[in-house]
Ligand binder design. Sequence first.
Ligand SMILES: [Cu+2]
Length: 129
Amino acid sequence: MKTTTSSIIIAIIIIASSVFIAGRNNNNSPSENINNVSEINGEQIITINAKGGYFPRTTIAKAEIATILKITTKGTFDCSSAINIPSLNYRANLPASGETIINISPQKTGTTITGLCAMGMYNFSVNFN
Ligand SMILES: [Cu+2]
């Protein structure tokens, strides 16, 4: 009887810790491991979500390959919808919901492209390696 009670308590502790760990891995920490880069027909597609900032904040992409930057918005009414990518000379007001495609020519290894909101308080970067 005593053993059964202990087993139940241990099981509860294990379940509670798993839920806690799963919850912690769900945030947007700098070490996030989101796979937002895919490759289709020799083109690299990088997806960035714009809403209350840009996510993921940092993307590691391939150098020397034609790249499409796909910015998605979904009920985005904050200033992350006013995007500015200085090194590409790109500025746009994104739709509140939708996808905006930005074509990027192949980048040299070591290049970093940074995007900002109009006021410069939100940003993201793509590192080409
Ligand atoms: Cu802003």
